[in-house]
Design a protein around this ligand. Structure first.
Ligand code: GTP
Length: 310
């Protein structure tokens, strides 16, 4: 091997001094013999040739800087870390620093026991992971949300209905399933325009959501049709919740450009039975909605059989 080229070594040294990577060299007695500025600032180290890894770590642990150690017993941690240190020709691991950084530390040990430590700041990887999770959450939310109203879409409210039916089946829970449909909505669209129609749909969606509790579910089922799922209520309790919603809807004036404009909604309510499928329960609620429309609209009708329940 040819003797080291001084110019090359100087260049290497110069780059290490300027690098954001943390570089350090420990001798066979584990004394810090070289540390670049990035390493010195991260670990509050001084490469004076006297400081050992153990004393450096001990000082940092006492001062709450350098590596974060998630155990109260610092002595035991130091002993365990020392016993692992320098035993393999190469080792890489991640570590959290008190300054908020997350680093990837690589240790290379030669056959004389000298150790080169090179650590990279990988905090951005964690942030990238967080951004990815946020994007996934947004995509999931978008897939469950109706774009016009911001409440659950049909697929999501049907998913909630499926879960509700499972609770009815397995736990004997009570679940009221309500289908609601805005009255004469075609007329609203035809006379005031589609944009006004959209405003009315949004107004109703907001009222619907306000009338459902955290455990309940609601969503836009179709164009001007909505579903409300009320948990742990009797038919009579569900009916009074729906009547209240219909009364609020009746007195709403959702169009600022037409302060006299009012609208209404009809509802069909049925109680889920153990063993009901989504189709069965929706069919009964739909029949009840049809009955509410036929009886003059702006009312809540109970499905046959549910009207006799207390
Ligand atoms: N503005 C608007 N209109 C919609 C939307 N989705 C569906 N519609 C309209 O809603 C109307 C529904 O009309 P119909 O099903 O005939 O019922 P209706 O006029 O409400 O009458 P009843 O239900 O019998 O009281 C249709 O004119 C659809 O075009 C929407 O997102 N925005």
């Amino acid at each position: 091997m040819s003797p080291p080229d001084t110019e090359l070594l100087e260049q290497l040294h110069h780059l290490h001094e300027a690098s954001p990577q943390m570089v350090a060299l420990f001798d066979a007695q584990d004394r810090l013999r070289y540390a670049n500025p990035a390493f010195m600032s991260a670990f509050h180290a001084e490469a004076d040739g006297q400081t050992s890894w153990m004393s450096l770590m001990r000082a940092n642990l006492a001062a709450g800087r350098g590596n974060i150690v998630r155990t109260a017993d610092h002595q035991a941690w130091l002993a365990a870390a020392a016993s692992r240190r320098g035993k393999l020709p190469f080792r890489a691991f991640e570590a959290d620093l008190h300054d908020g950084r997350w680093i990837w530390m690589c240790e290379t040990v030669d056959d004389r026991g000298w150790m080169l430590c090179v650590a990279s700041d990988i905090t951005h990887l964690r942030q990238d992971g967080r951004a990815l999770r946020q994007e996934r959450d947004l995509a999931l939310r978008a897939a469950q949300t109706d774009a016009l109203t911001g409440i659950s879409n049909r697929a999501h409210v049907l998913h909630q209905l499926e879960q509700g039916l499972q609770r009815v089946r397995e736990q004997g829970a009570q679940l009221a399933v309500v289908l609601l449909d805005l009255d004469h909505f075609k007329r609203i669209n035809d006379s005031l325009g589609h944009e006004a129609g959209d405003q009315v749909i949004r107004d109703f969606a907001r009222r619907l959501q306000q009338s459902s509790r955290r455990a309940d579910g609601c969503g836009r089922y179709g164009g001007e049709e909505f579903m409300l799922l009320l948990c742990d209520v009797s038919a009579a309790e569900a009916q009074s919740i729906v009547e209240r919603l219909l009364a609020q809807t009746r007195s709403a004036r959702p169009l600022p450009q037409r302060p006299d404009f009012a609208y209404s909604s009809s509802a069909g309510l049925c109680m889920a039975r153990p063993g009901d499928s989504i189709e069965q329960v929706c069919h009964r609620a739909d029949m009840a909605l049809y009955a509410a429309k036929a009886a003059g609209r702006d009312r809540c009708a109970l499905a046959a059989g549910d009207d006799a329940q207390p």
